[in-house]
Design a protein around this ligand. Structure first.
Ligand code: AMP
Length: 212
């Protein structure tokens, strides 16, 4: 880990992702059939559409770049259809977590004829918003949603690209509930299993197309 002034934004980022680095290192020594909550075929689609980028955004970090998956029409459609199929009971609106969660959320919403609610980083929303802060290994981060984003009782599918420690997901779910929504599910394209985000979110269930 790079030595940085404690409390600085870059220090917090480095500290948070250092846990991911450990997880990715563990994953790298295994060579298993891709696995996920919608079966090995969809897990393989996500795995094949992901590029590991070492040393981004900090030295020693392996970033899971899903842009190739997003850019391939057939693969993107398969994962979006896989998410929709996992929720046969449906949902009324999709909440996407900034920023790559927006991409998935918008596609899922279009496929189901629902709408999208952005869950944004602090200071981005133009109107009155609810905030939820969550702990990183050192320091904290904040997400926000407009206070009138949901109709009371609306069933909300919360979507993000990667589940790591679960702090982001926990904050997003909290915001949905505080804003009056009912969480119908939480889904990600990829879960970094060794970081135990799924356990952190229990008893809520996580739908991950790929678990590494
Ligand atoms: P966490 O709060 O630790 O679960 O981190 C999840 C959030 O950070 C998601 O919004 C992801 O986009 C991002 N993230 C965390 N780790 C990675 C990673 N290794 N590669 C890409 N994105 C990540």
């Amino acid at each position: 880990m790079i030595a940085e002034p404690a409390g600085s934004a870059s220090h917090r980022t480095t500290a948070r992702l250092s846990a991911e680095r450990r997880a990715v290192s563990l994953c790298a020594v295994t060579d298993q059939t891709p696995r996920g909550d919608s079966g090995p075929e969809l897990a393989a689609v996500v795995a094949n559409g992901t590029i590991d980028v070492p040393d981004f955004p900090q030295p020693g970090i392996v970033f899971k770049d899903l842009m190739p998956l997003f850019a391939d029409g057939a693969s993107f459609r398969r994962v979006v259809d896989g998410i929709v199929a996992h929720y046969p009971g449906g949902f009324d609106v999709v909440a996407g977590v900034e920023a790559r969660g927006f991409v998935v959320a918008a596609a899922v919403a279009y496929a189901t004829g629902t709408g999208v609610v952005p869950v944004r980083k602090a200071g981005k929303l133009p109107r009155k918003a609810l905030s939820a802060s969550y702990a990183l290994e050192y320091g904290e981060a904040t997400l926000e949603v407009h206070e009138d984003a949901f109709i009371a009782g609306q069933r909300v599918l919360v979507v993000d690209d990667v589940l790591a420690t679960g702090g982001t997901a926990g904050a997003a779910i909290e915001l949905v509930e505080r804003a009056g929504g009912t969480v119908a599910g939480f889904t990600v394209l990829m879960e970094l299993g060794f970081l135990d985000g799924r356990e952190r979110l229990a008893p809520r269930t996580v739908h991950a197309l790929l678990t590494v």
